[in-house]
Design a protein around this ligand. Structure first.
Ligand SMILES: [Zn+2]
Length: 152
């Protein structure tokens, strides 16, 4: 960052302090020797979510959480496990490192995690998300789960 006084490019860090997610650096300009402070913050850039109808919106953990909580509402899953699940899905999304991700891809990530945690919650989520609209496709999903269980 350029010196705010003389616009010189280089400064020397004379003190660094970290508090939580913020780092404060005291700097001295190599040219005019005046001192100034800079702050650094972790910035994860949110990917854009491409929805089914082509609209885009910034990825929002809260929206993801609403869908997951709804699917898990009647299941014996602790708040702690639920938060961990949402954290994992969020981390999966960031790990893809894409600027754009389809809402379908996010749903798939969520379903993969849910399936491991609670099979019924998985079905409930899928019923809204896939969406499962008739008994036949519901049965298909359940059969698929039972197949997996046999394999594991
Ligand atoms: Zn300067």
């Amino acid at each position: 960052m350029n010196c705010p006084y003389c616009d010189h490019k280089n400064s020397r860090v004379i003190d660094t302090r970290s508090s939580g997610k913020r780092i404060r650096r005291r700097r001295e300009c190599e040219h005019c020797h005046r001192r100034f402070t800079t702050y650094e913050r972790v910035a994860l850039s949110n990917p854009m979510v491409v929805k089914r109808d082509g609209r885009r919106e910034e990825f929002d953990r809260d929206k993801l959480a609403v869908g997951i909580r709804k699917a898990c509402a009647k299941r014996p899953i602790s708040m702690e496990d639920l938060e961990r699940l949402i954290d994992q899905i969020e981390a999966d999304v960031y790990r893809l490192g894409k600027a754009e991700i389809t809402s379908q891809a996010i749903g798939d990530l969520a379903m993969n995690r849910l399936r491991e945690l609670d099979e019924l919650a998985y079905i409930l989520f899928a019923s809204v998300y896939v969406p499962i609209t008739d008994l036949e496709s519901m049965k298909q999903e359940v059969d698929r789960l039972l197949e997996r269980r046999k394999r594991d």
